[in-house]
Design a binder for this molecule. Structure first.
Ligand code: GLV
Length: 325
């Protein structure tokens, strides 16, 4: 009766709803436990549902901390995260339990770089205020109405020149921006593609009329934008974040916005999201989006397929090229 069991299919728990075609693909390859209501599972529910499973396909909303991972059944051999970032998973705890963790790099690079440009443009051109005026149907054109900042000729600092940072640099170049960057290590001239390397954040921030945050959230990058480092920026700089909210000290940022030290922010990600710091909600200089970086049909499809393929590769070969722990 249970053909999937007879076929010895691997059993996987998929914690959140995926696009339909992707769930169908998962169900062809695996005995997949789906989440029809897209309920956000509690820790105990996730652990309960993972009983008898060989792997879990997680999303960034699943907090796979040490405690959760330690309570997973021994049958779990892999956690495939439906994201390029994996700050929601304790990699060490997984490794200690012999559980491999995989991510979905590359496929979301372009979509995320596009959102980064939207943040840059939205913050620079005062899109939040503009949308509000337009929707209130209460505005008149005038020569000095909602004057913003121009990208052409401005210096863009890219913090984290990985795949996404480089894609942002490429797009920003097309807007006439001058690209500067800081990264753990200097890139080859080919990957730099004309961008100017800075060996410290102080050096980078001091030339950043705009800063695009594209580094991963790590112990080293948490609150990298704080009261002290905000001082390094030219007055009137614009800061955008399409990576993770962890990198920004929100109170320091809101204070810098109020003092006009920072002209505007463009944010797609937040500490404690979806409960963002209320200071951003009504701030006229905050152009804010609800974590849409990879949210296109093409990209979400490719991400889910890759998250599924990562598990398939692991179960077939014992390895996975997108393993991160
Ligand atoms: C999304 O936030 C991701 O890391 O893929």
């Amino acid at each position: 009766k249970n053909i999937k069991k007879e076929l010895n299919m691997k059993k996987i728990l998929i914690t959140r709803r995926l696009l339909r075609a992707c769930e169908e693909k998962a169900s062809k390859i695996f005995d997949a436990k789906l989440n029809g209501n897209d309920e956000l599972y509690s820790q105990s529910k996730l652990i309960e549902l993972s009983q008898g499973c060989d792997a879990i396909l997680t999303s960034i909303t699943d907090k796979m901390d040490k405690d959760t991972i330690n309570k997973l059944p021994d049958s779990i051999k892999a956690i495939s995260n439906f994201a390029v970032g994996f700050g929601n998973i304790d990699l060490e705890a997984a490794k200690d339990r012999n559980i491999i963790v995989t991510n979905t790099p590359d496929v979301l690079t372009d979509a995320t770089a596009e959102i980064a440009m939207l943040l840059i443009l939205g913050a620079a051109r005062r899109a939040s205020e503009g949308i509000e005026y337009a929707k209130n149907n209460n505005w008149k054109w005038s020569a000095d109405f909602l004057i913003g900042k121009q990208l052409t000729g401005a210096r863009l600092g890219v913090l984290g020149m990985g795949r996404i940072g480089r894609a942002v640099a490429k797009l920003a170049k097309a807007f006439g921006m001058i690209i500067n960057y800081h990264n753990r290590s200097k890139l080859s001239p080919e990957l730099e593609d004309g961008a100017i390397y800075h060996d410290s954040i102080k050096s980078l921030f001091s030339v950043s009329d705009f800063l695009s945050i594209n580094c991963p959230a790590t112990k080293e990058t948490v609150n990298i934008i704080n009261k002290e480092t905000l001082k390094y920026f030219p007055t009137g700089a614009i800061i955008t974040n399409s990576a993770r909210g962890d990198m920004i000290d929100d109170e320091a940022m809101l204070d810098a916005l109020d003092r006009r030290k920072i002209y505007a922010v463009g944010l797609d990600v937040y500490k404690g999201e979806p409960n963002l710091n209320p200071g951003y909600l009504k701030h006229k200089s905050a152009f804010i989006l609800p974590h849409l970086g990879s949210a296109t049909k093409e990209t979400r499809t490719a991400m889910a397929n890759l998250a599924i393929d990562n598990l398939d590769e692991f179960f077939n070969t014992g390895q996975c090229r997108n393993k991160v722990n």
